[in-house]
Unconditional design. Structure first.
Length: 440
């Protein structure tokens, strides 16, 4: 058999595969990285190089690559049932997963609707919210608001509540763009203003928007605590609490997009817990399958569910994807929840986070590093670099140091798998410090 090399796979990929979120021409100067296998926090290529996956493969991996217990659960499921349609049928993994999520989620979210990717969860929640108001006799409530710099996915409906110009502008003519309100991102606080005071000031802006527009508004969609694609913008949980109160007061749904921040990423199972709130819709994806298979879930309350429960088909929620509630994906999710249950994952993560923060002091205090921040198992900071192509340079240089980090503009972030060890944390922090020094 011909031995696979990095070089072969790169040229075949460039000729046949259109890669996501990429200007394909850039691969001429910054080559693709072929991956042969993964184990724990590491990825390995075909030429004997390895990379510490400090971004959890786009924020999805929780318990390492090729995790033995998730592998075993999937093998077992494969022997029983790979897939069956969920309209008119049901199966054990989807029932068990729905029951277990009801136990884990903030109170009141008893019903799970299934999608595939994160963006499909956003679409489902937007449609379900507007349809709820239609079913309850308020069809004018069909608009949405999101935070400035929000990201909720890249399908057309999700883009309408996404405030990232690069992803949106080319498709402007196709999108029914929705309004945004100011983000509580504490980097924008006045000098001397606490993150909490700033969050409450921003909630004031939300209040005036709701006051004026509530009659047309179906829902407010937010990424609780950390706005990922905005460059890991972080904010005080007081905003969540106040947003919940205001949405109740003005009869507007609150949609918590926990696609990136759920599953323990911010230090609690769900970020909403830190604001002490239950949203009307909770969106879960990414880490739910441990990073194995695409699956998304929209959890919602009895009140929402009951508004669709009727003799008329047209009052039902008419939405489906071919792979809705796929048994393999649900089984991977159950195996992931088992790992949370059998190990003290959240408290172990707290110890790991404290350790990282302790050894990161030289990075945090580096004169070219600004706004070093941390929530749970997410870290980010801005680097003052003279290089306009800082992100690409940093990514390439990091790979040569065996670490996979993928800056957004001049924001460097870490979002490692929870299995990262103290010695791997040291590798990550020390090598990042060296990178910062050579790029500033
Ligand atoms: C990744 C992400 C999405 C979209 O999920 P996909 O699976 O990429 O479609 C939506 N919202 C947030 C907050 C995300 O981080």
């Amino acid at each position: 058999m011909k031995i696979q090399t990095n070089k072969d796979l790169i040229s075949r990929s460039l000729s046949a595969v259109w890669h996501p979120c990429s200007q394909m021409k850039q691969y001429e100067s910054f080559p693709l990285v072929p991956i042969a296998r993964g184990s724990g926090a590491w990825l390995y290529d075909f030429d004997g190089n390895k990379y510490l996956d400090a971004v959890s493969s786009w924020w999805v991996n929780l318990f390492g690559h090729s995790n033995p217990s998730i592998n075993a659960a999937l093998r077992d499921q494969l022997e029983k049932l790979e897939h069956v349609m969920l309209a008119g049928f049901t199966h054990e993994p989807v029932v068990e997963l729905s029951e277990r999520l009801r136990e884990l989620a903030p109170p009141g979210l008893g019903h799970c609707f299934y999608g595939s990717d994160g963006a499909s969860a956003t679409e489902i929640a937007l449609k379900m919210s507007a349809h709820y108001w239609r079913n309850t006799g308020q069809p004018d409530k069909s608009q949405f608001i999101s935070l400035q710099d929000s990201y909720h996915g890249e399908t057309l409906g999700a883009l309408s509540v996404t405030d990232v110009a690069l992803f949106r502008d080319a498709y402007g003519a196709l999108i029914k763009q929705q309004a945004t309100v100011i983000s509580p991102d504490w980097r924008h606080a006045e000098a001397g203003e606490s993150s909490e005071a700033y969050a409450l000031r921003c909630a004031g802006a939300l209040e005036s928007h709701l006051q004026q527009h509530h009659a047309q508004l179906a829902a407010f969609i937010i990424e609780p605590l950390v706005q990922g694609a905005a460059g890991m913008a972080m904010y005080h949980p007081a905003y969540l609490k106040r947003a919940r109160e205001l949405c109740d007061q003005y009869d507007v749904h609150l949609i918590a997009d926990e696609i990136a921040v759920g599953m323990g990423r911010t230090g609690t199972m769900f970020a909403c817990e830190q604001g002490g709130i239950s949203p009307d819709f909770l969106l879960i994806s990414k880490g739910i399958t441990g990073g194995y298979l695409p699956l998304s879930i929209v959890m919602t309350s009895d009140t929402i569910y009951q508004a669709f429960y009727d003799d008329k088909t047209s009052r039902g929620f008419l939405h489906s994807h071919s792979y809705t509630g796929n048994p393999l994906a649900c089984r991977a999710a159950l195996a992931t929840l088992d790992i949370f249950k059998q190990n003290e994952v959240l408290s172990e993560n707290r110890r790991k986070a404290e350790y990282l923060n302790r050894i990161a002091a030289p990075l945090k205090n580096h004169p070219k590093v600004k706004s070093f921040r941390n929530t749970g198992m997410i870290w980010a900071f801005e680097v003052e670099s003279p290089h306009a192509d800082f992100a690409q340079r940093c990514f390439s240089l990091a790979l040569s140091q065996e670490i996979l980090i993928r800056p957004m503009g001049k924001t460097v972030y870490f979002m490692p798998p929870y299995v990262i060890s103290e010695s791997e944390i040291e590798i990550l922090v020390m090598r990042t410090l060296t990178l910062v020094e050579s790029l500033t």
